[in-house]
Structure formats: structure tokens, C-alpha cells
Design a binder for this molecule. Sequence first.
Ligand code: ZN
Length: 145
Amino acid sequence: MTDTRTNPTATSLKRHPGGCQCGAVRFEVELDLSAPVNRCNCSVCTRRGISAAYVKPDALRILSSPDTLSEFRSGNSGSYSAFCKRCGCECFGAGFLEALGGDFRSINVNCIDGIDPATLTYLYWDGRHDNWAVGPRDTPWPVHP
Ligand SMILES: [Zn+2]
């Protein structure tokens, strides 16, 4: 399924610079920060506590050298998270989900320069139970059934 709340119109997109804490990883991403960002209850997202905006691959431009990044891959999904080798901040990731329209990049919006998480609105996914087809909702999903 495609949720219009995670697919803003082209006219609302803006380019945002971002990066890790130490500055080794820098990127630019085109997205709409007035749209809700996503949180997930899967074991990885619960531990990391990131808030993600999902964008098409060409909306993310990585400005720093690939040498600054390391990746974590969970299972055989093909999804990965990329984080700074030096300071450990997870800035973005990638994967493929039909619910998100196929190939996507996942931007940790907390790594966007000057972001104030208090000004964002959130949607919640039930990744813990692989419940992607249901789509997001406005309140957190439980970790335990
Ligand atoms: Zn860093």
C-alpha cells in the first residue's frame, strides 16, 4: 500500500543539509519536514530510537567519502543502516518495501542540521511483527503482542 502521509507532493520538498555528530559524514536530502516522520518498534529501531523520513534513493546525496561510513545489515532483507565509523551516528539507511513504493532511503531526521524533534509529528510502524502492509498509525505499536 502507499500512504499519502509518507509521500509528500513535490512542491513541499526542501533540501536539507545534515550529518553525524563529528562532521565526518555529511549529506543533503530533499524532503518535507512538515510531513510526519516515522518511528518503528522493531528490535533495531527500538534500540536506536531514530525517527525516519523515507525518501526515494535520488533524494539523498551523500557528500562525504564512503570511507567515513560503516553499515549494519539485519537478516536477509537487503536493508541496511549506515553510520559514522568515528562517532557512531546513524544518518541514513536503505531498503526495499512495497509499502514505501519499493526502493527507499531512510533518513534519520535527527541528523538534519538544526532539527528540533519537538516540532515534528510522528507516525508509528509495526516492524516488530513484520506488519508493514497495515501501514502506519498515530500511536506507538506495542513491542510485545
Ligand atoms: Zn561522525
